[in-house]
Ligand binder design. Structure first.
Ligand SMILES: [Zn+2]
Length: 91
């Protein structure tokens, strides 16, 4: 069965996120690309955040969605592993 409600999947992930993620390869991978932002918005709320890649000053807009806690960590350019690799290499 395909889970259509992303929010409920992420709510299900939360207890795991608070536990040790070290030995869960799938979750480690999810958190490598995403960040957990806890919020209490009951409506879609735009928010400016900074790219998590050291040396990248780009700020980008995320839309915080009710009941969703997982959001991209990198600016749109650096969501590609190749672009992150290139960026680190240039330093
Ligand atoms: Zn970036």
């Amino acid at each position: 069965m395909i889970e259509r409600d992303k929010g409920s999947v992420e709510r299900g992930l939360l207890p795991v996120i608070h536990a040790d993620v070290g030995d869960d390869p799938h979750l480690s991978r999810v958190l490598e690309l995403n960040q957990v932002i806890k919020h209490n918005y009951h409506y879609d709320a735009p928010q400016m955040v900074s790219c998590a890649l050291p040396g990248c000053d780009v700020r980008f807009e995320l839309t915080l969605i009710p009941h969703q806690v997982l959001y991209p960590k990198f600016c749109p350019r650096h969501r590609s592993a190749y672009q992150r690799w290139l960026h680190r290499r240039r330093k």
